[in-house]
Design a protein around this ligand. Structure first.
Ligand code: RFL
Ligand code: PHB
Length: 390
């Protein structure tokens, strides 16, 4: 088998890259370790920056998002008995975010790949990149006990944090920067009316909480939990009680509870690998970097990587211009580091850090109080939250 760009991973990065390249006449093969059903069962991000929403429209996959997604003009922060609204649109000259689930984005991308006859191979085991430092790289894998190979011009590793792409770069050619936080997020999806039509991020001495949503009848909530906690320790009743205690009383009073549809724990991590390329291999999305979910940046960073990488590959194939590919890592990393900073900042501002004691908690309140008293500070937060330019 031969293709121009072999893509490892059928998450949002891999599928979006494949879709954009296909529309530019560049053929791809996507190799995914899991089944399509498994990929579509993962509940993850819910907030899309305008840049990603525009990319989906331009890639011909924005129709359902525009019909079913919700445009949000503000987000809310609860702290120290207060509930304050950050007017995203007012502070950024009209910019907004789109609330539309990552699962739906992935589903729309799969359907678009089907409609265009795109090749996505599932249950590909032991995917291995070869000869990345030559101009004839190839990938091998197994499926159902049989061995396969695809020859290509380039390999795009869109295979997430635990993928094989980054691991195949020699250790002396890559630097990894990492910060692990001493807690995780317990997330619950429930078929209940969201407690608010906008998101509420809550700083509370018992720990952080987040009220998010997927639609008018589907809510997504998170609470900060210690790393040692198992999901089995959290009955639905215990979750709802803890969430309610961390929200302002007037919000907790209107919390509609119900059975969870999904419940999982995710650890929080900041991570960046540099550079994001090696020979003919390019890393995009979680394969190259991770942010804690507090700033809602993970999926959006995956999209900006795909933006830079797809443009570079199109310039290579259409114009013989290599500059984009050469500059990809540096260009993507400039935006990544800013999103890393913002995600770290929001995480630090809103979570409980037991080691910092009451002093740390009072500093957080002082910073939040300053934030909502300063148009400059609110503008800085708003322009990062809606997404920095590509
Ligand atoms: P993904 O989605 O992890 O997809 C990688 C794909 O590669 C496959 N794979 C392999 N395939 C073949 N061979 C191998 N060796 C392979 N190894 C892995 C995997 O099966 C998978 O299908 O990475 P991608 O495409 O880069 O997308 C990144 C996003 O998924 C991620 O950044 C976001 O979900 C992060 N995130 C959020 N991002 C936002 O922008 N806004 C949010 O509101 C938001 N909330 C979240 C989040 C992530 C969360 N968790 C669970 C980590 C909330 C949570 C709780
Ligand atoms: C979500 O809806 O899953 C969500 C929203 C905002 C975040 C993280 C996750 O910051």
């Amino acid at each position: 088998m031969r293709t121009k760009v072999a893509i490892i991973g059928a998450g949002p990065s891999g599928l979006l890259l494949s879709q954009i390249l296909h529309r530019a006449g560049i053929d791809t093969v996507v190799l995914e370790r899991r089944t399509r059903e498994y990929v579509l069962s993962r509940i993850r991000a819910g907030v899309l920056e305008q840049g990603l929403a525009d990319m989906l429209r331009a890639a011909g996959v924005g129709e359902r998002m525009d019909a079913e997604g919700q445009v949000h003009e503000g987000v809310n922060l609860a702290f120290d008995g207060r509930l304050e609204r950050l007017d995203l649109a007012g502070l950024t000259g009209g910019k907004t975010v789109m609330v539309y689930g990552q699962t739906e984005v992935t589903q729309d991308l799969y359907e678009a790949r089907d409609a265009m006859g795109g090749v996505v191979i599932h249950e590909a085991e032991d995917v291995t990149p070869h000869d990345l430092e030559t101009d004839r790289p190839f990938l091998t894998w197994h499926r159902g006990g049989e061995a396969f190979r695809v020859d290509c011009d380039f390999v795009a590793a869109c295979d997430g944090f635990h993928g094989v792409g980054r691991q195949s770069i020699p250790k002396d050619r890559i630097v990894e920067h990492e910060k692990v936080y001493p807690f995780g997020w317990l997330g619950v999806l429930s078929r209940t009316k969201p407690v608010d039509h906008e998101l509420i991020y809550a700083n509370h001495e018992r720990g952080f909480a987040l009220c998010s949503l997927r639609s008018d009848v589907l809510s997504r909530y998170y609470v900060q939990v210690p790393l040692e906690t198992e999901v089995e320790e959290w009955s639905d009743d215990r979750f709802w009680e803890e969430l309610g205690r961390r929200l302002p009383p007037e919000v907790a009073a209107r919390l509609e509870t119900g059975p969870s549809v999904e419940k999982s724990i995710a650890p929080l991590r900041s991570f960046v690998a540099e550079p994001l390329s090696h020979g003919r291999l390019f890393l995009a999305g979680d394969a190259g970097h991770i942010v804690p979910p507090t700033g809602a940046k993970g999926l959006n960073l995956a999209a900006s990587d795909v933006h830079y990488l797809s443009r570079a590959l199109i310039a290579h194939y259409h114009d013989g211009d290599e500059n984009g590919l050469r500059a990809y890592s540096e260009k993507a990393l400039r935006r990544i580091w800013k999103a890393e900073r913002f995600s770290w900042w929001m995480t630090t501002l809103l979570h409980s850090f037991p080691a910092d004691g009451s002093f740390g908690h009072r500093l957080q309140h002082a910073e939040l109080d300053y934030l909502f008293g300063s148009t400059a500070a609110m503008t800085a937060m708003a322009e990062n939250y809606v997404g920095l330019p590509y």
